[in-house]
Design a binder for this molecule. Sequence first.
Ligand SMILES: [Zn+2]
Length: 122
Amino acid sequence: MALNCTTLSQIDDSQPPPYSNLAQTIPADVVHKPAHTTTVVVQQIHPPTYGPKPQYVMCSSCKSMTMTKVKDKVSIRTHKMAIILALLSCCSCLLIPYCLSSCQNQQHDCENCGAYLGTFKN
Ligand SMILES: [Zn+2]
């Protein structure tokens, strides 16, 4: 009978300890925590949308808040409208799209430094 008890104790040593004993044997300072956490905030900056009139915006070049200076710029659409008008009216209305700002794009420049800021496309 005594022989059976020793063999049972040898078998118990080869078995892994129950989970409740494992949790008690791990000291609290062994648990790894990051030394410091870094929070990264990603902020999307949308460029301003420009309209046909001067706008109050922050210039990305001189970093000042200014009104934009608007210039009319001829575009492909202006040429297409001139061709269509020339075909319909036998060249008498050819120059009308080049005189109307509503038939052209508006380019916005900074009043302070003159940097290009954006374009409003008609
Ligand atoms: Zn500027």
